[in-house]
Design a protein around this ligand. Sequence first.
Ligand SMILES: Cc1cc2nc3c(=O)[nH]c(=O)nc-3n(C[C@H](O)[C@H](O)[C@H](O)COP(=O)(O)O)c2cc1C
Length: 498
Amino acid sequence: MDFNIISKLQLPKIDLSNIEWPKFDVSMLQWSQMPKLKIGDAVARLPIIQGGMGVGISLSKLSSAVANEGGIGVIAANSIGMLNPEYYAKHKDANSIALRQEIRKARKMTSGLIGVNIMVAVDDFLDLLRVSMEEGADMVFLGAGLPIKNIPVKELREAGVKVVPIVSSGRAAKLIFKSWMKSYNDIPDAVVVEGPMAGGHLGFKADQIDDPDFVLENIVPDVIAEIKVYEEKCSRSIPVIAAGGIFTGADISKFFKLGARGVQMGTRFVATHECDADIRFKQAYVSCKEGDVGIIKSPVGLPGRAIQNQFLKDAAEGKKRKGLRCAWKCLKSCDLKTAKYCISLALDNARKGNLEEGFAFAGSNAYRVENIVAVKELMQELKRDYLVAEKAGAGRLRGEYEKALERLSALKEEYTVALTSLQEEYGKDYAAALSVLQEEYGKSLEASLLAFQDKYPNAMDKISKLKEEYSKAVDRASALKADLVAMFERSSGISCKA
Ligand SMILES: Cc1cc2nc3c(=O)[nH]c(=O)nc-3n(C[C@H](O)[C@H](O)[C@H](O)COP(=O)(O)O)c2cc1C
């Protein structure tokens, strides 16, 4: 018998003092004002970029007003020359002239940050980039195509112009950064991620626009993950800016929680007094209903989002605009033979308020616009809203934390009670109780063995005597049997062995 077995029995030993209860100061949960946005060496007081809006929707007036409020104002460069009555005579030169004028005008109205939005696909892309450098734009936003080939990176750096590509996926962001590293040993300074709810041309296929996989909430983290690799490689901070469908300060707060460090907004800035478009363009936003904002097939070769009207219905039905002429084939992808209208002209007409001969690009939330306000008012509303959302978020977190603390202290209580009852059941000192038990068991086992040992020799003696007696009896029986057999054989003459 292995007496040690008993001593090997273990009861779980849990020492309450070994359990670390999380120590956390609830007052650490803070909400804050909107953070600044740093793009290269440019710092915006507010992380809000007014998206470039062509044709002529965001020029010097709107961009400078946004910059004066601490955001980044952006002049849209594509077909900006249409402001000039001599556009059809001067062609693309008109674009460069008008862009130069608008940057200069904006500079006179603000000391804030001014950017220029240029479509990579347009034929005078490099001209517009050069004007932006010459006029000292703070940054350029490059969309509608991937800014990969023939980008004058060295000149842009020398001019101190930051480069911000506009992408619709993590894949596109990766492609741009990878190519830049290879070709220029450099990377862009920030990235705008424009989701499918934006206004204007969209970087998505028609069937992706309403596909939940492509929502901005999914693309932003994808782009952040791709950019992170390059941030680490180049030891540079590259902010990712979310765009498309951002309408309130609460939306801004939401995308910041997803890792964006800035937002780009278009639709909200159209409905401002300072927006460079005609009042009828802005009114189209105020009066449109949810079902009025839809997707169009633009002659550029991309889908776009706009407020539907008769002009677009005619185009969808295949009616070609009368007197259609092309100024200078600004886009390779646009073919006058198949196009139902000139997109630059249609957008310029809309800018001037002539929505019979054009249409208004608009974000999916345009129907939510209720009135036209000053940029200052809009920025204040966004800041206020953001703070409310952050406070509510912090309040929610605090509530959750406090609930978790309550649960924790209930658990602690439960544990203490369980431990106490365990201790009461087994005696305060378990080890002592165990050794008493062991001793008692040992003793009783020993007593039984001794008793058995006493009885055993007697029993054995008795058994051997019995055995002896038995074998004697067997011998005697065998002898008697032999005598009987012999008697029978003799009297009968019959042999029993047969
Ligand atoms: C009227 C209008 C014109 C636009 N034009 C351009 C443009 O020329 N280039 C560009 O990159 N984005 C353009 N956009 C997209 C905006 O810059 C911005 O990214 C987008 O509107 C953000 O979505 P939101 O309108 O829902 O805020 C345009 C948007 C609107 C509403």
